[in-house]
Design a protein around this ligand. Structure first.
Ligand SMILES: NC(=O)c1ccc[n+]([C@@H]2O[C@H](COP(=O)([O-])OP(=O)(O)OC[C@H]3O[C@@H](n4cnc5c(N)ncnc54)[C@H](OP(=O)(O)O)[C@@H]3O)[C@@H](O)[C@H]2O)c1
Length: 336
């Protein structure tokens, strides 16, 4: 028979071992979670640094955007805001641009400005993506024969101001689905054969940092932007073997007419850059990172946002969009 004090020593040792094992398991899970979080948040910075250093170690690789992706880019929604600046930044790097928007006069003005300033070729196509299926045959005809190397799916639509779904017109909802979801999908599908033919290319899809969580009062907009993420990440894998880069860009607030509903946003500031500064940085990341907020301050903001749980972010978003709604209604003399 084993003496009582020996049994308790064995039991204690066994318990201590099990405790150690459990603690180790908890540490390991914690460590993996932290590593995954940091990888997720810093992979963009790491790939940008890698791309900056690459020319020093592999000078034989293509360096400029023209060498990497070719001479022509197509930018949707390119007469204003981020799209217009993308067109100018790409032109600055010697890339010919095809501008697509609704308004002919604005297209002509932007095309002339770009040709005069950067001595590249331009072409413009009038198209209203809100019309859905009917616009694409015309765009495809206009693009035929142009060796497009970069597609920037920029066009996007938000409500006039944040509001509850039941207050948003059916027309606005269909427009948003046609512009934010259909345009990025069909334009991408249309240009993939051309990019594959050239065995290189880049597709840049403008999502939004707001898609990090569902947002009350911006429900449809944010859901369409989540679609852009999901779509981009899937085709990024499909196209990688064809040497075609798919980049997802998720800006937070940028001072453009899309945010005209809020004086607070339009005032600009550290986290609300003007559109030129934002786009210069976003274009700098092209070919360097598959996913980016497009602006380093937005990267920091995104990092801290991600630290809090989704349920909390949804509640904070609700407070913020309610504030914007009130601000808009008050400024327009409407009943809050
Ligand atoms: N600004 C931000 O804070 C922000 C934040 C996150 C994400 N984003 C995303 O970034 C992208 C660009 O936003 P932005 O702020 O630069 O927009 P913006 O200033 O409102 O410019 C929109 C551009 O799209 C064109 N456009 C609008 N509706 C169109 C339609 N139905 N068919 C064809 N073209 C149309 C407009 O030109 P016409 O009126 O002449 O057609 C204009 O050139 C969007 O996808 C947006 O969701 C913006």
């Amino acid at each position: 028979m084993i003496p009582l004090d020996e049994v308790s020593i064995y039991t204690l040792l066994r318990m201590a071992f099990v405790w150690q094992l459990l603690s180790f398991g908890v540490y390991l899970v914690g460590l993996l979670a932290i590593a995954a979080f940091f990888f997720d948040n810093f992979k963009s910075v790491v790939s940008i640094i890698k791309a900056i250093l690459e020319p020093y170690f592999q000078p034989q690789l293509p360096q400029t955007l023209v060498e990497k992706f070719g001479k022509w880019a197509v930018i949707t929604g390119s007469t204003d805001g981020i799209g217009r600046e993308y067109a100018k930044e790409l032109a600055k790097q010697g890339i010919n641009v095809v501008l697509i928007s609704r308004t002919k006069e604005k297209l002509i003005a932007v095309a002339e400005e770009i040709e005069n300033e950067y001595k590249v070729k331009t072409k413009w196509i009038v198209a209203d993506f809100a019309k859905g299926r009917e616009v694409y045959a015309h765009i495809e005809r206009e693009l035929s024969g142009i060796p497009v190397g970069i597609l920037v799916n920029n066009v996007g639509k938000m409500y006039d101001y944040p509001d509850e779904l039941s207050n948003i017109s059916e027309d606005t909802i269909w427009d948003m689905i046609n512009i934010n979801v259909a345009a990025v999908t069909i334009m991408t599908r249309m240009l993939i054969p051309e990019l594959k033919k050239q065995k290189r290319g880049a597709i840049v899809n403008l999502s939004s940092g707001s898609e990090l969580q569902p947002m009350p009062n911006m429900a449809v907009y944010v859901a369409t932007k989540r679609y852009v993420r999901c779509f981009s990440q899937a085709i990024e894998r499909e196209l990688a073997e064809h040497n075609i880069t798919v980049q997802i860009v998720t800006p937070l607030f940028v001072v453009t007419k899309m945010n005209q509903y809020s004086d607070t946003v339009m005032k600009g500031g550290f986290l609300r850059p003007d559109v030129k500064s934002y786009t210069r940085f976003a274009v700098f990341t092209l070919g360097k990172s598959a996913e980016t907020t497009g602006y380093w301050q937005h990267g920091l903001q995104y990092f801290f946002m991600k630290l809090s749980p989704e349920w909390l972010r949804i509640r904070i978003a609700h407070v913020m969009t309610r504030h914007f709604r009130r601000e808009y209604l008050k400024n327009h003399g409407k009943k809050v």
